[in-house]
Design a protein around this ligand. Structure first.
Ligand SMILES: Nc1ncnc2c1ncn2[C@@H]1O[C@H](COP(=O)(O)OP(=O)(O)O)[C@@H](O)[C@H]1O
Ligand SMILES: Nc1ccn([C@H]2C[C@H](O)[C@@H](COP(=O)(O)OP(=O)(O)O)O2)c(=O)n1
Length: 278
């Protein structure tokens, strides 16, 4: 018997299948994936960054020279359905046994991903992958759970609360001002680049530094992607009516993680833990 809705242990009908789902949606660089990962670690839940699946689908399109998605729609769906996706909570994203964590964040994927994600057939194929990786992560989380919290999964994206898991126990819509998001993404890219440069220096490698986008360029790219995600016909980015909206422009990272994990605790029927949650 499969029951998705989590119940407190004392009233659980099917202990083994109880699962608690947290959906985190929001625009680009609003802090979804870093927050979702931290909440999952705190509560002993599995974590899936669903954007990484759309990014892998985009990488498949780029590598197979599929530039016109409407004309080559069936080819791309075939490639997606025959690929193996492995998304790990602390480690990387693997596509067909290759670590593609860095490549799926490159400028070409950033530019093309919203175009790929608007295709209904691609979304239907990705939906199957989302549900199957979530079921797997949920199973693994049971082993990590300490008995005080249920097993389950945190998934972030654009349509998790509205389309992928409409019955999620907790839905959060994370937002921040456009400028805060652009600056955070710039900082994130800068730190990754500096870390990479340091590693190359230590290895004695002579690598040419790639052109680096300005905050204004990042803001423009984010704005264009948000526009495409909000205005597409299928599962656009929307605030689910039962979502808790958190604007984190003036919150610290810890505050937003603590707020969401305490909201989850409340719905699990266990006491809140943090004094700084809002
Ligand atoms: N409240 C916050 N204050 C400052 N930086 C934050 C906050 N929340 C997230 N960040 C940082 O913003 C960057 C983008 O977050 P990320 O989780 O990658 O966003 P998304 O998944 O929505 O694109 C990361 O470097 C993250 O650590
Ligand atoms: N559930 C989802 C997740 C992502 N997408 C699409 C739309 C987004 O622009 C891209 C990339 O998502 P991702 O979460 O990696 O993007 P950001 O990290 O927020 O920049 O994928 C989607 O349509 N539905």
């Amino acid at each position: 018997m499969f029951c998705r809705r989590w119940r407190p242990i004392s009233t659980a009908i099917c202990h083994q299948a109880r699962a608690f789902t947290i959906a985190i949606d929001g625009p680009a660089a609003s802090g979804k994936s870093s927050t979702a990962r931290a909440v999952a670690l705190e509560l002993g839940l599995g974590y899936i960054d669903s954007g990484s699946i759309y990014r892998c689908a985009t990488l498949l399109a780029l590598r197979n020279k599929i530039s016109d998605i409407d004309a080559r729609h069936a080819d791309l769906i075939g490639l997606i359905s025959h690929s193996k996706f492995d998304i790990r909570i602390l480690r990387n994203v693997w596509l067909n046994n290759e670590d593609v964590s860095k490549e799926i964040r490159c400028a070409d994927v950033n530019r093309f991903v919203a175009e790929i994600a608007r295709d209904a057939g691609v979304r239907a194929e990705v939906l199957k992958i989302q549900r199957s990786v979530a079921a797997n992560a949920e199973k693994k989380s049971a082993a990590a759970a300490d008995g005080t919290t249920p097993n389950g999964v945190v998934m972030d994206g654009r349509d998790i609360g509205s389309a992928v898991f409409p019955n999620a126990e907790l839905k959060v819509y994370l937002d921040a001002s456009a400028m805060a998001r652009a600056i955070r993404r710039w900082d994130q890219m800068n730190s990754a680049r500096n870390a990479q440069g340091k590693r190359s220096e230590e290895d004695g490698a002579q690598t040419e530094k790639p052109a680096y986008p300005t905050v204004e360029e990042i803001a423009r790219e984010i704005e264009e992607r948000d526009y495409a995600d909000i205005n597409r016909a299928h599962s656009p980015l929307r605030i689910a009516p039962d979502a808790v909206v958190i604007d984190n422009t003036n919150l610290t990272f810890e505050q937003q993680v603590h707020t969401i994990s305490d909201l989850a605790r409340e719905r699990m029927g266990i006491p809140r833990k943090h004094e700084d949650s809002i």
